[in-house]
Design a protein around this ligand. Structure first.
Ligand code: F6P
Length: 545
């Protein structure tokens, strides 16, 4: 398929000119000129108050961005995704994470087959399994109930589960702890298991492909650890379950496929936390809470699918991100959750956003001549304020920020929550409006010091304010970012659902791993790599068996 190049679209051209006209406008002036601006650029949807008034935009900016979405045929692409068309063109796959949270009576066809009954069948099996583990009915080899769940997986088979476990800990069964092993660095496995009793431990081997080097290495170590610490082959079925699309490899590993929870090739790894990959989440919070989370996802799916673009949260968020990336040259986005439970949310978003939109080739196979995916990063507030916010306030880089906050805390403690929230509002105010030279001088600051104490302001922020962090709200937030990513990918004309860029390193690592163990010739390597491998061979003391 051949499309008009993005930079040739009339709306893109108009945005370029518009940017020149308004780039120097200051948020101070924009707010001064329009007493209603705070309400004009805010939306209330699905329990999320979405304030985008502190962006360097006018009504015309939004109009032009919405035209860009129309000219990019976003509406048709959204419909194609929800309908199960094979929009992941480089892998010839449908993209249907939305089917994972569709209600039982929905119909979604892939190659003529309704996939929804299969989704619910797996959910029901998961619910039954989780109930047995949580109640203590599922016992380990010594008859004791399971008290520790270790999820072994990496990338999408880790980041979503960890993030959700942390985010929803308040709702979790506290006598059942979850741990996560992802890194092939043995330290990860050793530290995660050193104080666990194998008789009370359940391993979930989570891997879409069941061939990922890190996960398979950790899974083999888990099996050895289990057998060396009182377990036996017959008991493996009680202590190891798998989550995968690859039944053949699961069986080869020695896990009974009766204890396997499946999903499908139309679920991308980074879009899979609400599939069976979320088994650890369901074990932690129970199936009712898990289904509430799915309902939250689904509500945002419907909002994205049906709401006019001007009131559509993911669409607006996506377009605003694009405005800074492509017209202001911003390279990063900071995600700043003012909720300790969301401490892993930025890390989760890194894979979702960067593995999806870190592409420089368009769907037509051409090299882009504009910026695509931004670098996402962040830490929970208020900690970030005491480390990197200095650069956001007074550095030379423009860093749009997403502030995420909740009106009600799950852990009321004195006036902690009011103090936390006062920081949210104060930071976005300071970033937008800054502090002028005149204001600094009026405080009696000596002339030589004044420039250091001036805050330019004009730093853009979005504030997402919801009532409370619940399983449903988490689902809505994740789906919001998923669809934001899709929106951007459509405008950028890239495939948000493949990840070819991770392949080369994997292939080379296999070759290097073979070279590390021998003393063979290194002449096939470049001089830097050969020297590093040679030095490693010299210095390593432990030889692999
Ligand atoms: O290497 C990247 C990647 O393919 C991710 O996209 C994926 O989430 C991760 O590896 C893990 O893959 P799997 O679930 O197949 O082990």
């Amino acid at each position: 398929m051949s499309k008009v190049a993005l930079t040739e679209l009339p709306a893109w051209q108009a945005l370029k000119q518009h940017h020149e006209a308004i780039a120097s406008l200051h948020l101070r002036d924009l707010f001064d000129q329009d007493a209603e601006r705070g309400a004009r650029f805010a939306l209330d949807a699905l329990g999320i108050y979405f304030d985008y008034s502190k962006h360097r935009i006018t009504s015309e900016t939004i109009d032009l961005l919405l035209q860009l979405a129309e000219q990019s045929e976003l509406r048709a692409r959204i419909a194609a995704m929800f309908a199960g068309e094979k929009i992941n063109i480089t892998e010839n796959r449908a993209v249907l994470h939305t089917a994972l949270r569709a209600p039982r009576d929905a119909t979604i066809l892939v190659d003529g087959e309704n996939v929804v009954p299969g989704v619910h069948e797996v959910l029901d099996r998961m619910a039954d399994f989780c109930e047995r583990v949580r109640s203590g009915a599922w016992t380990g080899f010594s008859g004791k109930p399971i008290r520790a769940v270790v999820n072994i997986g990496i990338g999408g088979s880790d980041l979503g589960p960890v993030m959700a476990y942390e985010a929803l800990k308040f709702y979790s069964q506290r006598d059942l702890q979850c741990r996560f092993v992802s890194n092939v660095d043995g330290t990860d496995f050793v530290e995660a298991t050193h104080d666990l009793d194998p008789a009370e431990t359940l391993f979930i081997i989570a891997s879409k492909t069941f061939t990922t080097q890190e996960t398979m290495t950790n899974a083999q170590s888990a099996r050895r650890w289990f057998l060396a610490n009182g377990g036996n082959e017959d008991a493996i079925a009680k202590h190891f379950v798998a989550v995968s699309t690859n039944a053949g490899e699961v069986a080869k590993f020695g896990i009974d496929t009766a204890n396997m929870f499946g999903f499908w090739d139309w679920v991308g790894g980074r879009y899979s936390m609400e599939s069976a990959i979320g088994l650890s989440t369901m074990l932690a919070i129970g199936s009712d809470n898990f289904r509430a989370m799915l309902a939250g996802f689904h509500a945002m799916d419907e909002h994205f699918r049906t709401t006019p673009f001007a009131q559509n949260l993911p669409v607006l968020m996506g377009l605003l991100g694009l405005w800074y990336a492509d017209f202001f040259g911003a390279e990063t986005v900071a995600v700043l959750p003012y909720d300790q439970y969301l401490r892993r949310f930025p890390a989760y978003l890194q894979q979702l956003t960067m593995e999806s939109n870190g592409k420089y080739i368009t769907l037509d196979g051409a090299r882009v001549n504009y910026q695509t995916g931004a670098i996402f990063w962040g830490e929970p507030g208020t900690n970030g304020q005491h480390s990197f916010y200095q650069l956001i306030h007074q550095g030379t880089k423009l860093i749009p920020c997403d502030f995420i906050a909740f009106a009600q805390t799950l852990n009321p403690l004195g006036d902690h929550h009011d103090l936390l929230m006062s920081n949210v509002f104060a930071q976005t105010e300071a970033l937008a409006f800054g502090k002028t030279q005149a204001a600094v001088e009026a405080e009696g600051t000596p002339a030589w010091l004044a420039p250091h104490r001036v805050f330019e302001g004009n730093r853009p922020t979005t504030t997402l304010l919801a009532d409370k962090l619940t399983p449903a709200m988490l689902g809505k937030l994740v789906a919001l970012y998923e669809h934001m990513v899709f929106t951007q990918s459509v405008v950028w004309q890239i495939d948000a659902f493949d990840q070819w860029g991770v392949e080369l390193g994997k292939v080379l690592a296999k070759r290097v791993a073979a070279a590390l163990n021998g003393d063979g010739d290194l002449s096939g390597y470049d001089s830097s790599s050969a020297a590093l491998i040679a030095r490693y061979r010299e210095l390593r003391t432990h030889k692999n068996p």
